[in-house]
Design a protein. Structure first.
Lengths: 590, 89
C-alpha cells in the first residue's frame, strides 16, 4: 500500500484565532477606506446593538441571511459573543426559508431596531429578561476559548446532497479555527485588504471573505464586488491607501473577467478561486490580467479546504497542511482537522488519480453538477420536474458546455408534446417557474428536449452518450434537433425539431424565418447516411416537392425508406407534408 | 455589424447568441420586460456574459457602480439607451 499524502505543518504570523476575538482588538495601522469597506474598528458598536436586540429574545440558533458583509458580520459576531449560532441559507426563496424556519428560534431582521427591543422588553417579565442577560454576559467572555467551547456549533451551512435532499452542515469553532490557521500560514493578510466576489452564506466566502480578514485585522468588502467593474474599483481603493488586495473569486467570475479592467497597475497580492476547477487557459489569462498568482482551492462544504494549486506552476493539487489523503483507490478518502470528526476517514464523492506528491481530479462519482461554483443536485431537479402533471420522466444532463448550463430530456404525454415554437416556449416557461420555487436561477436547465419516452441504452440504462445525442444541434447550428428515431416496418421515422437558431433561417423573406428546401434535402441525406452507413456518394434528386413552409420551433417527422438506388424521404408535421422526394445515393460495397 | 439592422434587434440577437437562449426568438423579447428574474429569467452568470458581450460588440464599458449596472440591465430598452450613449464601435 502506498503511504497517504500528508500536508506539511504550518506556522502563523500576524493572526489571532477567534477565541481571541480579533474583532474586539485595537489593530494598529488601520487605513481609511470608503464606507463600503468593513473593518474591525467599525464593528464593535454594531455588535453591541445586536447584543442588546438579542438579549431579551430566545436563545439558540438564528437564521441569518444578509448580502451586506458589514451587517452580516456584526450579526454573526453578536450571536457568537452571546453563545449562540447562525444557520446560513444559500438563498431566500420561500421554499428554502419554510424548510429552515423550524430549525431556528427566529430569523434576524435587517437591522437590530432599538424600538423592537424596547417593545419586547416591556412585554416580557423582568425575570426572563434578567436570566437571558446573565447568560449572554457569561457567553460574551468566550467564543471558543476552551476545548468544550471549541466544539460548540458556530454556523450551519446549507448545500445540496447527492440524494436530491438539501443537506445541513454544522461547523464548530474548532473546525473554522483550524482552517483559518492554515489559511493564515499559506496566505497571510498583513498589509492586505480582501475583496470578496462570492457569497459569505457559503463556507468558502465565509472563511476567505469574512473570517480570514477579521482574524488579521484586515479590511474587507463583498456584495457588489461580484461585478467586475466594482471589484476593480475596490482594488484601486485598497491600492490607493497603500494596501495590497487579495481577491476572493470563483471560476464564474474569473472565466468572464473583462480584458479592459486595466488591473495590472494595481497591487493584487493573490487571487483565491474556489467552487469548481478553473480551466488552465482562464487561470493563465487571469494571472496576466491581474498580474497576480491565481490560487485555486479544492474543497466542499462538508470537508472545508482539501487541496490547492496554482496552474501556472502545474495542474496537480497539493493537500492543505494537516489534511491526510488516501488515494489508493480512484475514490478520494481523507482525514482532516477541518472535518466534524477529524479522526475518521471521510469518503469524498470525487474520483482522483495520484501523481507523485499530489493528485489530479477526474470528476464526481455522484449526480451533482457545479454551476457557477454552486452544487446542483440533478436528482433534485428531476424529482421536482416529475412532480409537474405534464412530466412523466426527466433526466438532467451535464453537457460540458463552456457556459456550464444543464440540459434536460423530458418525457411528456403525447398530447402535451409541443409541436410549435409558441407551445414549446410556453411549456418551458411553465416548467422553469415550477423549478424556480425550489431552485436557484442558475440551476434551472437552459436546454430542453421533449420526447415521448426516455431512451435506454442496450443495458437498460439512461447513459450519458444516449442522452447527449439530443443536444448535438448545440455543437453544430446546421443540424436539426434530433428527438429520437424508431424503425417501423421498412421505414425509419426520426423526430426532429427546427432549432430557432438554425444558421439557415434568415435572409429569404424579410422578417419571415423559414427553412430553405435545400436544407431539408441536406437533412434527409445526413440522417440517411447515419441510418444506412453504406450509402455514400450523392448521385441526384428526383420527384422533389416542397409543399408547406417549415418555420423555427416546428416539431416534425422525417420518414426515410431505403430504395435500391438510395432513399425516399418525407417531412411531415400535424400541419401536413412539408416536403418529400428521392435522393440517389451510391452504396459502398465493402 | 450590419448597419441596416436596428440597434434593438441587434441587441436581441446579441443576447440570444451570447446566452444560447435556444427557445427565444427576437420577437419574444419585449423591449420593456425585465431581463432578469421574471421575464427572460436571466441570472448573475448571464449578467457577466452580457457585460463581456457589450464590450466586445459595441465597446461599451460598465461603471463601477453596481446600482447603475442593475439599471442598465433592467430591460432591453435600458440596455439600448446605454449602448446609444456609450458605444464606440
Amino acid at each position: 500500500m502506498t503511504r497517504p499524502i500528508i500536508g506539511a505543518p504550518t506556522t502563523r504570523d500576524g493572526y489571532l484565532c477567534m477565541a481571541d476575538r480579533p474583532w474586539r482588538q485595537a489593530w494598529p495601522d488601520a487605513r481609511h477606506l470608503p464606507t463600503r469597506w468593513c473593518h474591525s474598528r467599525d464593528l464593535g458598536r454594531r455588535i453591541d446593538a445586536w447584543l442588546a436586540w438579542l438579549a431579551p429574545r430566545p436563545h439558540g440558533r438564528w437564521l441569518l441571511l444578509d448580502p451586506d458583509p458589514i451587517t452580516f458580520t456584526a450579526a454573526l459576531l453578536a450571536l457568537w459573543e452571546s453563545g449562540q449560532s447562525a444557520l446560513l441559507p444559500g438563498d431566500d426563496r420561500p421554499a428554502t426559508l419554510a424548510r429552515l424556519m423550524p430549525l431556528v428560534v427566529g430569523r434576524l431582521p435587517a437591522e437590530p431596531s432599538p424600538e423592537d427591543t424596547q417593545d419586547l422588553s416591556a412585554r416580557d417579565s423582568l425575570a426572563t429578561t434578567q436570566r437571558e442577560t446573565d447568560r449572554n454576559s457569561a457567553g460574551a467572555t468566550v467564543v471558543a476559548a476552551d476545548s468544550e467551547a471549541a466544539e460548540k456549533e458556530a454556523v450551519v451551512l446549507c448545500t445540496s446532497g447527492s440524494t436530491g435532499q438539501p443537506s445541513l452542515e454544522p461547523k464548530c469553532f474548532r473546525q473554522l479555527d483550524e482552517e483559518l490557521e492554515r489559511h493564515a500560514a499559506l496566505w497571510p493578510l498583513a498589509q492586505t485588504a480582501v475583496v470578496c466576489q462570492v457569497s459569505h452564506q457559503h463556507i468558502y466566502g465565509l472563511l476567505a471573505g469574512i473570517l480570514a480578514p477579521l482574524c488579521h485585522g484586515a479590511p474587507f468588502c463583498g456584495d457588489d464586488s461580484r461585478f467586475p467593474e466594482v471589484m476593480a474599483q475596490r482594488v484601486s481603493e485598497a491600492t490607493s491607501v497603500g494596501l495590497d488586495a487579495c481577491l476572493v473569486a470563483s471560476p464564474a467570475q474569473l472565466s468572464r473577467l473583462p480584458q479592459h479592467l486595466a488591473l495590472h497597475h494595481q497591487r493584487i497580492a493573490r487571487v483565491l478561486c474556489s467552487g469548481a476547477p478553473l480551466s488552465r487557459d482562464d487561470a493563465i489569462r487571469c494571472e496576466r490580467l491581474l498580474d497576480s498568482p491565481v490560487i485555486e482551492i479544492y474543497g466542499s462544504t462538508e470537508t472545508g479546504g482539501i487541496a490547492h494549486r496554482r496552474q501556472s506552476s502545474g495542474d496537480l493539487w497539493t493537500p492543505f497542511p494537516g489534511v491526510e489523503l488516501d488515494l489508493n483507490d480512484s475514490a478520494l478518502k481523507l482525514r482532516s482537522p477541518f472535518l466534524a470528526r477529524p479522526e475518521q476517514w471521510w469518503d469524498q464523492a470525487d474520483r482522483v488519480e495520484r501523481q507523485g506528491e499530489g493528485f489530479r481530479l477526474l470528476g464526481r462519482r455522484d449526480r451533482l453538477a457545479k454551476i457557477g461554483g454552486k452544487r446542483v443536485s440533478l436528482t433534485a431537479l428531476e424529482q421536482r420536474l416529475c412532480q409537474h402533471e405534464v412530466v412523466q420522466d426527466a433526466r438532467c444532463v451535464d453537457l460540458d458546455l463552456r457556459d456550464g448550463r444543464l440540459g434536460v430530456v423530458l418525457a411528456v404525454a403525447g398530447d402535451a408534446l409541443p409541436q410549435q415554437h409558441e407551445a414549446r416556449k410556453r411549456l418551458i416557461s411553465t416548467l422553469r417557474e415550477h423549478l424556480a420555487s425550489e431552485h436557484e436561477p442558475s440551476a434551472i436547465p437552459r436546454y430542453w428536449r421533449f420526447v415521448e419516452s426516455l431512451p435506454l441504452n442496450p443495458q437498460g440504462k439512461h447513459d450519458h452518450a444516449t442522452l447527449r445525442r439530443f443536444f448535438d444541434d448545440l455543437d453544430d447550428d446546421r443540424l436539426p434537433r434530433w428527438l429520437g428515431a424508431v424503425d417501423v416496418d421498412d421505414e425509419q421515422r426520426i423526430t426532429l425539431e427546427v432549432p430557432e437558431r438554425l444558421r439557415y433561417l434568415e435572409g429569404h423573406f424579410e422578417g419571415f424565418a423559414l427553412v430553405p428546401g435545400v436544407v431539408l434535402v441536406q437533412w434527409a441525406i445526413h440522417h440517411a447516411r447515419e441510418r444506412y452507413p453504406a450509402l455514400c456518394a450523392f448521385r441526384g434528386v428526383d420527384r422533389l416537392k416542397f409543399q408547406k413552409v417549415l418555420r423555427p420551433g416546428q416539431r416534425l417527422t422525417l420518414t426515410l425508406k431505403r430504395r435500391t438506388d438510395g432513399i425516399a424521404f418525407s417531412f411531415d408535421s400535424p400541419k401536413g407534408r412539408h416536403a418529400g422526394g428521392r435522393v440517389r445515393l451510391e452504396a459502398r460495397h465493402d | 455589424m450590419n448597419q441596416s439592422v436596428p440597434l434593438s434587434l441587434d441587441l436581441k440577437h446579441m443576447i440570444i447568441d451570447t446566452l444560447e437562449l435556444e427557445d427565444v426568438t427576437p420577437e419574444d423579447i419585449d423591449d420593456h420586460a425585465p431581463l432578469f428574474g421574471e421575464g427572460l429569467g436571466l441570472d448573475s452568470i448571464d449578467a457577466l456574459e452580457l457585460g463581456l458581450a457589450l464590450q466586445k460588440r459595441y465597446g461599451v464599458t460598465l461603471d463601477a457602480e453596481a446600482e447603475d449596472t442593475r439599471r442598465h440591465f433592467a430591460s432591453l430598452a435600458a440596455l439600448q439607451a446605454l449602448v446609444e450613449e456609450r458605444r464606440v464601435n
